[in-house]
Design a protein around this ligand. Structure first.
Ligand SMILES: [Zn+2]
Length: 271
C-alpha cells in the first residue's frame, strides 16, 4: 500500500529547469530506481555525473538511478558555443522490504565450485547486452504489463535465501502458470536470447534504446531471436519456472545500462 502511494507521488513529476539562456526539460522519477526522460536542443551535449548521454536527433535523452543512488546527481549541459550549465538533481530515498525465501535447492543459494566459471561467463554476456547504446527512443512509449498475473515480488527487496543474506531482488515478479504469454511492454530490438542461464533460466533482453532495457527471466518458451525488432504488445515467449525459482513466474527487470531501475515506476499499478 505504501509503495502505491509512493508511486503516485512521483509518477508525474515535471520540471522545467532554466539552464542559462536555454531550457532543458526533465520528466520522470527523481527517486532511487527511477528513470528520467529529458529533452534539450539536439546540438547540446548532456552529461550525468560526467557520463555522456546519447541525444536523439530531436534532443531526447534518458538516464536512470540505481537502487542505492543518491542523495544527488549533477546534470551538465554544454552548449554548442561552449557555455556550460550545471543542475543538481535530488534523488529521493526509498525503503525496501526484506523478503525471506526458504526451501531453495542449496546449490542455487550457494553455487557449487564447478559452475562458477559458467556463471561468470553468463554474467559477462548479460552485462554486454545491457551496455549497448542503441539509437531509437522506444523507451518513450507508455509501458504496459508484460504478463497477466499477481505480483509476487517487488524491486529492491533485501533477500534472505534459505536463511542466508543475498543480493537484493531487482525485478517485478509476476506469478502466472507456465505457458502464460509474455508480451513486449514497449517496442525495441531483442538484444539477447539465452535458453538456459544458471540463475535466470530462459532469458530475453529487449533493448528499448539509449541503454534502457527490459529483461525477462525464467521463461519456458522464447519466440524471438537476437536482433529482431518487436512492437509493444507482441508475444515474445511464455512464462516458465526455469533457473532459480520456487514456482512459475515472470521476473521482469529493467536497466539503464548497468543500473537497475524499477519497472513499477513506469506502468499503471496493479493490485
Ligand atoms: Zn524475481
Amino acid at each position: 500500500m505504501r509503495r502505491l502511494a509512493f508511486v503516485f507521488i512521483f509518477l508525474h513529476f515535471v520540471a522545467a529547469l532554466p539552464l542559462g539562456a536555454e531550457e532543458i526539460r526533465l520528466e520522470g522519477n527523481f527517486v532511487q530506481g527511477g528513470l528520467v526522460f529529458g529533452t534539450t536542443l539536439p546540438d547540446n551535449a548532456v552529461f550525468l555525473d560526467g557520463r555522456a548521454l546519447r541525444l536523439s536527433f530531436d534532443g531526447v535523452f534518458v538516464f536512470g538511478f540505481g537502487r542505492d543512488a543518491g542523495p544527488d546527481a549533477i546534470l551538465q549541459v554544454i552548449k554548442r558555443d561552449g557555455t556550460e550549465a550545471l543542475r543538481k538533481l535530488t534523488i529521493a530515498k526509498r525503503d525496501y522490504d526484506i523478503q525471506r525465501i526458504d526451501g531453495l535447492p542449496p546449490n542455487m543459494v550457494t553455487p557449487p565450485e564447478e559452475v562458477l566459471q559458467r556463471i561468470r561467463e553468463e554474467v559477462t554476456r548479460v552485462s554486454t547486452a545491457r551496455a549497448f547504446d542503441m539509437v531509437g527512443s522506444f523507451f518513450k512509449e507508455t509501458f504496459i504489463w508484460p504478463a497477466e498475473g499477481q505480483i509476487s515480488g517487488v524491486y529492491g527487496s533485501q533477500r534472505i535465501l534459505n536463511g542466508k543474506p543475498r543480493r537484493p531482488h531487482f525485478g517485478i515478479d509476476i506469478a502466472a502458470p507456465t505457458g502464460t504469454p509474455v508480451v513486449a511492454p514497449a517496442g525495441g530490438e531483442i538484444r539477447l536470447v539465452e535458453p538456459d542461464l544458471y540463475f535466470s533460466g530462459g532469458t530475453i533482453i529487449l533493448d528499448h534504446g539509449h541503454g534502457v532495457s527490459s529483461s525477462f527471466l525464467h521463461m519456458s518458451r522464447i519466440d524471438v531471436t537476437e536482433g529482431e525488432r518487436v512492437v509493444q504488445g507482441e508475444v515474445i515467449g511464455a512464462v516458465g519456472a526455469t533457473g532459480r525459482v520456487t514456482g512459475a513466474h515472470l521476473d521482469w527487470r529493467m536497466n539503464w545500462f548497468e543500473r537497475r531501475v524499477d519497472p513499477a515506476l513506469l506502468i499503471e499499478p496493479r493490485n
